[in-house]
Design a protein around this ligand. Sequence first.
Ligand code: SAH
Length: 206
Amino acid sequence: MPASRPELVEDLVTLGVRSFKVLEAMATVPRDRFVRHDLTARAWENVALPIDCQQTISQPLVVALMSERLDLEEGMRVLEIGTGSGYQTAILAQLAGHVWTIERHDTLLCQAMARFAELNLENITCRLGDGSFGWPEEAPFDRIMVTAAAATMPQPLIDQLVPGGIMVVPVGGTVFDQKLYHVRRFDSGHESHAFLDVRFVPLVQE
Ligand code: SAH
């Protein structure tokens, strides 16, 4: 029996997600609208699923934990690298003021934009291209989320954070050696620490 929406939210609580706002966003955004049609029945399982262009929609637990660590507040400006299905984007859009998101696959970006329109998510701006260097015209951002694994800590993205800003980013050269990092920028420099072992598709630099 595939899991249901309330069962998934219960699982997230059991697995350590504490933020009420994040749990509420996970309960609100219809994940079944972000998965491939043949996988709709599995949309509420706590697993990553394949999407087009050999990419994946992230595991709900990872989406929730990353969102929680971003410590979002109403009105914040958020940059996301790796739109994919648009599911994480939609969660961020519930929790922040505006989300700028960059995806390198046209097919995925078009599908995600259609979903945002259907769900009336109006606080999202999309761009097609390589997000490795951020979105300088819109910088600085209060928060940055990267949903593809960078080989090394991406300094150009740190530079686009406001002082005190936070980025959550998977870093690691191979799928067997990736960790999620919490990065905080200061007036000069930054501090970072790893908090979770993860497996993301690679951040492709063009
Ligand atoms: N948060 C998404 C995860 C998608 S997987 C979801 O839950 O659906 C990561 C995405 O990052 C893929 O769609 C991939 O195409 C994209 N990506 C990889 N490298 C990129 C880059 N340099 N710039 C923009 N997008 C990139």
